[in-house]
Design a protein around this ligand. Structure first.
Ligand code: CU
Ligand code: ZN
Length: 176
């Protein structure tokens, strides 16, 4: 969608919208539970220059840490979500955490669920994009795991079974 130039100018002048991503590409995923699990939630992705801002809200977890990744295949059809494949890793890097220089592009760290099993998570990462190309996450899957990702063990941080899976789809470019 193209945004009228006059609107951009107004917005920048009055509210500084350009700094909060007006017109930035967005994407989202709705997480559905794998067989025998109750996790559910939503994940949004907003492109901010070379980085992507990821926000997740997930319910139905056990309290504590849960590995959280982008997996390479946008296929959540298997009962255990094994169909989503391994971590999204277009540059053949080792598994690590979201702040490490060398990591799978899909390594987003851990969700932290509270005593009610609710996790709210925010992370900004490089190495992925909502645009086309080898680093694009559109059409891939986001996965929440049963256990903590130790951010070290290869190839997947020893995060255990997959509790929820969601397909990442492009949304409308957002205006505000
Ligand atoms: Cu994973
Ligand atoms: Zn990884």
């Amino acid at each position: 969608m193209r945004i009228p130039a006059a609107l951009i100018a107004t917005c920048s002048l009055l509210t500084g919208c350009s700094t909060i991503g007006m017109g930035s590409p967005t994407a989202s995923a709705t997480l559905g539970a794998t067989k025998g699990n109750q996790a559910a939630g939503t994940v949004t992705f907003v492109q901010h220059g070379a980085k992507v801002v990821v926000d997740a809200q997930v319910t139905g977890l056990t309290p504590g840490l849960h590995g959280f990744h982008i997996h390479e295949k946008g296929d959540c059809t298997a009962p255990d979500a094994a169909s989503a494949g391994g971590h999204f890793n277009p540059h053949k890097e080792p598994h690590a955490g979201p702040d490490d220089a060398h990591r799978h592009a899909g390594d987003l760290g851990n969700l932290s669920a509270d005593a009610n099993g609710v996790a709210v998570y925010h992370v900004e990462v490089s190495g992925i994009t909502l645009d086309a190309g080898a680093d694009s996450i559109i059409g891939r899957a986001v996965i929440v795991h049963a256990n903590a990702d130790d951010l070290r063990t290869q190839p997947a941080g020893n995060a255990g079974p997959r509790l929820a899976c969601g397909l990442i789809s492009k949304g409308k470019d957002r205006w505000f």
